[in-house]
Design a protein around this ligand. Sequence first.
Ligand SMILES: NC(=O)c1ccc[n+]([C@@H]2O[C@H](COP(=O)([O-])OP(=O)(O)OC[C@H]3O[C@@H](n4cnc5c(N)ncnc54)[C@H](OP(=O)(O)O)[C@@H]3O)[C@@H](O)[C@H]2O)c1
Length: 273
Amino acid sequence: MKVLITGANTGIGFATAEQLVKQGQHVILACRNTEKAKAAQNRLLALGQGKVDTVQLDLNSLDATAQAADEIADRYGSLDVLINNAGLFAKTKQFTQDGFEQQFGVNYLGHFLLTHKLIPTLEQAPKARIVHLASIAHWAGSIKPNKFRAEGFYNPLFYYGQSKLANLLFSNALAERLANSTITNNALHPGGVASDIYRELPKPVYEIMKLGLVPTSVPAKLITEMAIGDSWANRNGEYASAHMPDWKSSHAKNQQLAQDLYEESMNLVEKYL
Ligand SMILES: NC(=O)c1ccc[n+]([C@@H]2O[C@H](COP(=O)([O-])OP(=O)(O)OC[C@H]3O[C@@H](n4cnc5c(N)ncnc54)[C@H](OP(=O)(O)O)[C@@H]3O)[C@@H](O)[C@H]2O)c1
């Protein structure tokens, strides 16, 4: 099976690629940094199983994301699984090339565009699955269209939470819209996982925090199951957690909010589709 993973050069994405390659799958690492992607590819090829390709994908730019999606569609023709994994936590206010707050832009809107551009390619597979990396941190966010471009005071946790809530609402909205198609959509919280995502935290804080974190292999196991396992073959619109409670906030359960965000996002990416 052909499985594309965004942000797969490190962390949870890399650990997932490793488990999939060990099961003989064809994994495509979609990464912003080509050198890091090649290094990850070499480590995976050394396992001597499966197949591993790389493709450049910078979710910080809608134009670059659209071009990457076109390249993927041309190169592969069909895809069995899309894992929307890439993400970042930004301690300070930063913007994407299109002027969106970076976490909203990279974690969510870039993936929204990528996914839509790849739906025709996913439809070429007999059955396809999309797995969205959300987070328990969605509880810290709500959807505020006037904050998509981060005007005013910047609270990093709110913005990370908004992006992860958007990932979960997107999974729910797509699950409903694609209910009669060959594609399923599910989301997960990977748990508190030791990875580079905490790179902006002060080192002593991270060292203490790390005591409660699980290794990347834990969420990778769940993601692999959601991506190719029999137990997830016919599941759609669900939210799972790798090692913490899978509780959804009231915003995350709000189907109207999911539809409103979907329509608003469609307007934001329309010219790149
Ligand atoms: N770790 C946790 O505790 C935790 C908890 C809940 C949810 N999550 C979610 O799990 C996912 C994976 O996180 P992780 O912990 O594995 O983090 P990570 O180790 O920092 O990996 C994140 C990946 O995203 C890539 N990325 C960042 N900006 C990008 C961009 N503009 N375009 C393309 N790729 C980009 C990174 O590339 P570079 O290496 O080039 O930076 C890296 O490959 C994220 O969506 C995160 O929100 C993580």
